[in-house]
Ligand binder design. Structure first.
Ligand code: ADP
Ligand code: MG
Length: 254
């Protein structure tokens, strides 16, 4: 690789992609290292989609274009839920700063079976995903969820192959990616297939703890390559006013 390209890559590596979620950026030491792929893990209802959308919208407000690929819920449902939050700004969608794309519709247009993918289908889908990200010149990318994508593949070998291909595609792209990963409630595991974490530079774990009959949302930054980050468990709240908010459970950050 020519020296000029090397230094360009190093430059990107040293940049930080701010999530715009204040306490999360503090925990990250400024933001997610640009170009990383991060797994956002949690059970259903833990706040994965909301956190990802907030990250995308906050980026767009700072002039960073983003794309949200969904395969878990149709766009009308996704936008209806997100419109409930103050951080959501429809104008960013209309202006093309935030692009919402339903992967099932893309699959349909490609003439694929939307519920079952062959190796070729998965590969075609990956190519499209990359082309869209390139063409839109996005800085932030979301896939919600990697679990639902893998669910459409038939064998563990196909899933493994797909995840590694996805990992290398994402690694070659300049955007900072969040992949959501669906896990059963109250199980301390990062992924359904056990390999999604290997293609990820970072892991954010959205859990909960029961306290006096109440379920308190928790957030933990398990891993983030290239960042001196906090691993302290934080309390997480989701509100119309502020979307996802984190508060350290321990008073001291040390
Ligand atoms: N407008 C809102 N105000 C406050 N909380 C909300 C709002 N919309 C959704 N929530 C909370 O967010 C949760 C769903 O989060 P979501 O991001 O869809 O989770 P996941 O993607 O992990 O399934 C809901 O269970 C609800 O508690
Ligand atoms: Mg979701």
């Amino acid at each position: 690789m020519p020296v000029s390209e090397l230094s360009k890559k190093d430059e990107i590596k040293n940049e930080l992609c701010k999530t715009g979620i204040e306490e999360l950026d503090i925990m990250l030491g400024g933001g997610v290292p640009t170009g990383s792929t991060v797994l956002v893990v949690g059970s259903s209802g833990s706040g994965k989609t909301t956190l990802c959308m907030q990250y995308l919208i906050n980026g767009a407000k700072e002039g960073e274009r983003g794309v949200f690929f969904t395969i878990t819920e149709p766009l009308f449902k996704l936008t209806k839920n997100m419109e409930g939050f103050n951080f959501y700004d429809k104008k960013l969608i209309e202006s093309g700063m935030v692009n919402l794309i339903d992967l099932r519709i893309i699959s349909e247009r490609l003439g694929l079976d939307t519920e079952k993918y062959t190796v070729e289908d998965a590969s075609a889908l990956l190519d499209i995903l990359r082309d869209i990200a390139d063409e839109l010149n996005v800085k932030r990318l979301i896939i919600d969820s990697i679990t639902a994508l893998c669910y459409r593949l038939q064998t563990p070998e196909m899933i493994r192959d797909f995840i590694f291909k996805l990992g290398s595609s994402l690694a070659a792209m300049k955007c900072t990616t969040l992949l959501t990963s669906e896990v059963p409630p109250r199980k301390f595991q990062y992924s359904q297939y056990g390999i999604e974490e290997f293609i990820s530079d970072g892991i954010m774990f959205l859990g909960d703890i029961e306290r006096k009959g109440d379920l308190i949302r928790t957030f933990q930054l398990v891993k983030m390559r290239g960042a001196a980050h906090s691993r302290t468990k934080a309390a997480m709240s989701i509100s119309t006013k502020n979307g996802v908010e984190l508060t350290p459970l321990l008073k001291s950050r040390e």
